[in-house]
Design a binder for this molecule. Structure first.
Ligand SMILES: *[C@@H]1O[C@H](CO)[C@@H](O)[C@H](O)[C@H]1NC(C)=O
Ligand SMILES: *[C@@H]1O[C@H](CO)[C@@H](O)[C@H](O)[C@H]1NC(C)=O
Ligand SMILES: *[C@@H]1O[C@H](CO)[C@@H](O)[C@H](O)[C@H]1NC(C)=O
Ligand SMILES: *[C@@H]1O[C@H](CO)[C@@H](O)[C@H](O)[C@H]1NC(C)=O
Ligand SMILES: *[C@@H]1O[C@H](CO)[C@@H](O)[C@H](O)[C@H]1NC(C)=O
Ligand SMILES: *[C@@H]1O[C@H](CO)[C@@H](O)[C@H](O)[C@H]1NC(C)=O
Ligand SMILES: *[C@@H]1O[C@H](CO)[C@@H](O)[C@H](O)[C@H]1NC(C)=O
Ligand SMILES: *[C@@H]1O[C@H](CO)[C@@H](O)[C@H](O)[C@H]1NC(C)=O
Length: 574
């Protein structure tokens, strides 16, 4: 995530022909998914039949970047796309586009030459605009019958390439936009709840909750689909110390299973599926149609925004980072959460979010930290601002709503930071040294979220156990620079995998793990690092509900049964 420059706050086409690259070699057999050009690729007639089944909602992919390439070049459209490309809201409105530049692979973007062809690359070939369970079931049946890869795309704010897939049939869930506020009452929970269709984005959920005097757990980046990979993979929020992760809010999942069956999973019904869907990773077990989550009474929220900026990256600056991390747990223990961005010489705390406290109280809570910054004699600011409700708070610090102002064309890795790491001065100082080394590479910044979700689990779920011991998750990100070569950018990805993630693991210990939604898709030993002790149970549940592995995504449960070949073909690992 790259949060754009400080204002008040830092927030977090029928254009034919398309040239489809010809697979370099054909390994089409039962162990590999078919690609276009294979003998077993569905015929035109079969696609037309599928289109009839879904009432005309099947489209053949024209990549979003097509107007930037011959023979369909359109200067005005291309200019617009180039300006918006790094913002996630652009991709959310496209049936096939996604924001991960590594997987975009320059196949059809606004930054390559206009004479270069627009290739499908890792965009699916065909996509169904899903309007309900029947559309999803039709797509699943077709993908299984013809042995082709399936991709579920919601908003495309997907940092690990999970909305991408060469030669795939896509299910686009973005138009499942229903929302309702419910009075929920069963043995697990009595109170207000909100039912959201799979395509509802956080900004819409926040607005609907606000209208009803409520607030819900959703993305700090407001464009993320709330029922998508966000909640299915965990989902942290500025309210998570108070209420738990997104996955901890779920009362019901309405899904379509791989075999087309339309079911509702709750703690009592399809309880294994409920368990897996709540934190065990997006797009792995079933196609989510809607979910029902807890909604909470709204109230005062106060933010303490801190900036520490030094023109040179001095020892004093990095001491201030240590001091920040030393104080952070005391705020979190009051129910706070915080987002922060760290570069070589700047720390932006955006802000420490205190639900339920007023500005007098928060100023008091921040005082010991402020005194230490004075003592260190670093250039800093501290501003405390109160709002009547979460919506206004969010709009001010992470807005302007609906979209906020952040880009996410990046590569990233990261680490969950156990509370014990910050509890000892020695390990806290070691963490600062590791962060200093990473930030000394000017291509990188560190995005932190300080939160304690140890008390969040209302019912057992598959949230990675490392989350319950954590006091923060740190994401190390390098913004993708489209004017540089693919190889130069991919080099940053390799640095994360081979150097920076291991550096953080040295400080936190090997079992603290990483947050699967904001981690490195090349994370070594992703099974234990993203899923921990849950992995084997999750894989069993996956095989039970998805015996043919129709659902696949990088570094998700069961992905270790598959490999992606040089031609992009998905094949079973032997
Ligand atoms: C599916 O049908 C609709 C409506 O007739 C049409 O606009 C669309 O192009 C068709 N899709 C494909 C892949 O042919
Ligand atoms: C996305 O589509 C919606 C609905 O048509 C529209 O209101 C919104 O402005 C679009 N957003 C962008 C960034 O184009
Ligand atoms: C990007 O495209 C190149 C050339 O077609 C291919 O070799 C490479 O595997 C692709 N990378 C990804 C991540 O898809
Ligand atoms: C919830 O359901 C129980 C059992 O049916 C009932 O006794 C109780 O009054 C209900 N509570 C609310 C707030 O509706
Ligand atoms: C001090 O901090 C302010 C606010 O962040 C910033 O505008 C200014 O450039 C900083 N001054 C120095 C000398 O770093
Ligand atoms: C904040 O709350 C305290 C009670 O906890 C109260 O004494 C104080 O007056 C309040 N301050 C403001 C600015 O409302
Ligand atoms: C933490 O350790 C560092 C390095 O040994 C030392 O300079 C600093 O004074 C210590 N801070 C505290 C609060 O003990
Ligand atoms: C991207 O790379 C170009 C060429 O190396 C450089 O001029 C530019 O400053 C870079 N952009 C950013 C935002 O770093």
């Amino acid at each position: 995530m790259v949060l754009l420059p400080l204002t008040v706050a830092l927030g977090c086409l029928a254009l034919l022909p398309l040239t489809q690259g010809v697979p370099t070699h054909s390994r089409a057999n039962s162990l590999c998914r078919n690609l276009p050009g294979d003998d077993n690729w569905p015929s035109q007639h079969e696609w037309t039949q599928l289109n009839e089944t879904v009432k005309g909602r099947l489209s053949a992919t024209i990549p979003l970047g097509a107007p930037c390439h011959a023979p369909n070049y359109n200067s005005a459209q291309c200019k617009y796309l180039a300006a918006e490309w790094e913002y996630p809201e652009l991709h959310a409105n496209s049936s096939t586009s996604f924001s991960n530049p590594y997987f975009q692979n320059g196949s059809c973007d606004p930054f390559t030459s206009k004479s270069s062809p627009c290739l499908l690359g890792n965009y699916p070939d065909y996509t169904i605009d899903v309007t309900g369970p029947a559309d999803a079931a039709a797509g699943l049946a077709f993908a299984r019958k013809h042995n082709i890869r399936l991709v579920i795309k919601n908003t495309g704010h997907d940092l690990l390439g999970r909305s991408s897939g060469r030669g795939a049939l896509g299910l686009w869930t973005h138009h499942l936009q229903s929302m309702s506020i419910l009075d929920y009452n069963n043995s697990q929970y009595t109170g207000k709840a909100m039912k959201v269709g799979a395509g509802v984005q956080s900004f819409d959920a926040y607005a609907a909750a606000h209208t009803a005097g409520l607030r819900v757990v959703g993305g700090t980046c407001s464009t993320v689909g709330i029922a998508g990979g966000y909640t299915q993979g965990g989902g942290h929020s500025m309210l998570s110390t108070l209420y738990g992760l997104g996955a901890d809010q779920v009362l019901e999942w309405e899904v379509v299973l791989a075999d087309g069956k339309h079911v509702t999973a709750t703690p009592n019904h399809y309880s294994d599926l409920y368990w897996a869907l709540s934190g065990g990773g997006g797009g792995t077990y079933a196609v989510v149609i809607s979910m029902t989550i807890r909604a909470h009474a709204d109230g005062i929220v106060t933010g303490a925004m801190v900036t520490v900026t030094e023109t040179t990256s001095s020892d004093a600056f990095w001491d201030a980072v240590t001091v920040f991390h030393a104080h952070m747990p005391s705020w979190i223990d009051k129910g706070a959460a915080t987002a922060y961005v760290l570069t070589n010489g700047a720390l932006y705390v955006l802000p420490v979010t205190f639900p339920g406290y007023n500005s007098t109280e928060v100023t008091h809570f921040m005082q010991p930290f402020a005194a230490q910054l004075q003592k260190l004699n670093v250039n800093h600011t501290l501003t405390v601002t109160s709002f009547d409700n979460y919506y206004k708070f969010f709009d001010s610090f992470f807005g302007p709503l609906p979209y906020g102002s952040y880009t996410n064309g990046q590569v990233q890795g990261g680490r969950l930071i156990p509370r014990s790491t910050l509890a000892s001065n020695e390990s806290n100082v070691a963490l600062t040294a590791a962060l200093r080394e990473i930030a000394s590479n000017s291509a990188f910044e560190i995005v932190g979220v300080g939160v304690d979700v140890s008390k969040g689990g209302h019912v057992p779920n598959a949230v990675f156990p490392g989350w319950r011991k954590a006091i923060a998750t740190l994401e190390i990100t390098a913004n993708w620079n489209y004017t540089k070569t693919y190889a130069a950018n991919a080099h940053n990805e390799a640095l994360i995998t081979n150097k920076y993630d291991p550096l953080l693991a040295e400080v936190t210990g090997p079992t603290s793990g990483a947050y699967l939604n904001e981690g490195d898709f090349n994370q070594r030993d992703f099974q234990s690092q993203f899923f921990g002790a849950n992995y084997d149970s999750l894989k069993k549940i996956k095989h039970q509900y998805d015996p043919e592995s129709v659902f696949y995504g990088p570094a998700l449960v069961g992905s270790d049964d598959w490999i992606v070949g040089d031609d992009g073909r998905l094949c079973q690992a032997l």
